[in-house]
Design a protein around this ligand. Structure first.
Ligand code: FAD
Length: 478
């Protein structure tokens, strides 16, 4: 009798413990993916991530077919779909790898309970994290709220388990009907806003492995020194692959350590890279222990923060038309490629929350829809971090100056020139503050503020004072 192998955010064959256990069971395997837009509520997969999902499922389907087990696609409420698939196939077991979103955990618990009641074996595994969130705790047995202590505790646990190899063969069950992926309409049509995604990404397990190998061959040595430079490709760009589980952190950990042993890698740089993977672990830890993380500030005093709803400013931010070149470059990179450099994510987020006083949840929602790596834990924890209302957050009074940030991290202006072509001819001296450029510089660059490129939508100095004032008001109230 068949075993249902339920793929979710683990779209790979290697280091997939649920798949490994399914193979070891000796039962015929029925692999399935369910597109469930009902259970997640507001957090159904966003637009850019749907593009990724289409291609990732296509790649997984192809790899499973090569093993003789086609991937069954179904759409609907996961509880109902699992129930009907178990009946249709006469399955005696359902295996999956765990997800950590509050809605997913609730759903999975309910499914497990029902299956067990019906005498069906239900087993779940860890494919997504180095350490399960409930296994990392401080000396008093509490979850961590500070990243550095959390990561030290993770490191003290020793090496994570060695990644499992992909199975070479498996016994396939006879396949029930499957949706066709085209019917799910995950790709945009008119307009096709994802045109530039194609050249930027190769979704799927092979694409993930290539990305990791390429990074470990070269850029990892520059990572520590250059990871904050959006004009240089010095980070791994593994985030969407990690989100969809095309690669897991154990694989990254062991491959990085192996590369460190085999080549003359810059050790501090490689460790820095692994510590960023640690931030991902920490975000999952926070989400696991705080169900409300995506919606509510972890610091209760922020519940009464005097935000300004401002649709016009929000739209200018979303479209990359704020008049601050580094902010606009980031927002346009996001729209064009579904990804944005981490430093620039921090700058644009700070600008939205502090210069515009727009609630961080608006930015979180926009990122959710436009990032190919949109991830509930990382996105929510990072927005709370920037807004100053998270567990281990940047203090609210530390307000990024978008001009100084641009000058420091994009010193030649190459990043801005790439994404804001209106400013392509601006000299480095003024590219991050065109409103201060002398008339002849503007003329030579062919830029007319208010016409070819916007005037700043707020004055940063004034906005900064306003934000500090708002903050002092909640501090007094607390
Ligand atoms: P690298 O620097 O190569 O790091 C390797 C991996 O470590 C990443 O792929 C990622 O999985 C993890 N990582 C790195 N930095 C962080 C971080 N600060 N927090 C958590 N994990 C991290 N990341 C997402 O994956 N999804 C999101 O939805 C997301 N939203 C964000 C929103 C804001 C406002 C900010 C400031 C950051 C957000 N991040 C998010 C974190 C970070 O920007 C991205 O993970 C990183 O830019 C991905 O690029 P990379 O793969 O080249 O990272």
């Amino acid at each position: 009798r068949p075993l249902l192998l339920w793929f979710r955010q683990d779209l790979r064959l290697a280091d997939n413990p649920a798949l490994r256990a399914a193979v070891e069971s000796g039962q015929p395997i029925l692999p399935v993916y369910i597109l469930d837009d009902e259970t997640p509520g507001a957090w159904a997969i966003g637009g850019a991530a749907r593009w990724w999902l289409h291609h990732s499922l296509t790649a997984l389907s192809h790899d499973l077919k090569a093993l003789g087990a086609p991937l069954i696609l179904r759409r609907g409420d996961s509880r109902e779909v699992i129930d009907s698939l178990v009946r249709e196939a006469g399955a005696t077991a359902v295996y999956w790898n765990r997800c950590y979103e509050p809605f997913a955990r609730k759903r999975d618990e309910a499914i497990k309970a029902t299956l067990k009641q019906d005498g069906i074996e239900a087993r779940s595994f860890n494919s997504a994290l180095l350490h399960e969130p409930w296994t990392v705790e401080n000396k008093s047995g509490e979850p961590f709220r500070v990243y550095s202590a959390f990561w030290r505790a993770c490191l003290a646990k020793g090496k994570p388990d060695k990644p499992l190899p992909a199975p070479e063969t498996l016994v396939a069950a006879s396949a029930p009907a499957s949706d066709s992926i085209g019917d799910w309409k995950l790709l945009p049509t008119k307009p096709n806003w994802a045109k530039r995604f194609e050249s930027a990404w190769t979704p799927g397990e092979n694409g993930a492995q290539e990305r990791l190998t390429g990074f470990l061959d070269e850029a990892v040595n520059r990572y520590k020194a250059e990871r904050d430079r959006p004009d240089i490709e010095a980070t791994s760009r593994l985030s969407p692959h990690l989100h969809f589980g095309e690669i897991g952190p154990r694989q990254i950990w062991h491959a990085t350590r192996a590369a460190m042993a085999a080549h003359d890698l810059n050790e501090a740089s490689a460790e820095k890279f692994l510590s960023e993977v640690g931030w991902r672990e920490f975000s999952h830890h926070l989400l696991y222990h705080n169900d409300a993380l995506p919606e509510h500030p972890l610091r209760p005093e922020f519940a009464d923060f005097p935000w300004h709803e401002n649709d016009k400013a929000l739209t200018a931010w979303q479209r990359g038309l704020t008049g601050y070149p580094i902010v606009d470059a980031g927002m346009r990179e996001l729209w064009a490629t579904g990804w944005m450099h981490n430093r620039v994510r921090m700058i644009v987020a700070s600008f939205l929350v502090k210069d515009l006083l727009i609630p961080w949840q608006e930015g979180e929602a926009w990122f959710w829809d436009t990032l190919v790596d949109a991830d509930l834990a990382n996105n929510a924890a990072s927005w709370q971090w920037v807004a100053g209302c998270g567990a281990d957050a940047a203090p609210y009074f530390r307000i990024f100056n978008p001009v100084l940030q641009g000058e420091k991290f994009d010193p030649e202006g190459a990043y801005v020139r790439r994404w804001v072509p209106e400013l392509a001819k601006m000299p480095a001296s003024h590219i991050h503050k065109p409103w201060l450029a002398p008339d002849d510089v503007m003329r030579q660059a062919g830029v007319t503020l208010g016409k070819s490129y916007p005037n700043p939508i707020v004055d940063h100095g004034t906005a900064r004072d306003r934000a500090l004032d708002a903050f002092s008001r909640i501090k007094k109230a607390a």
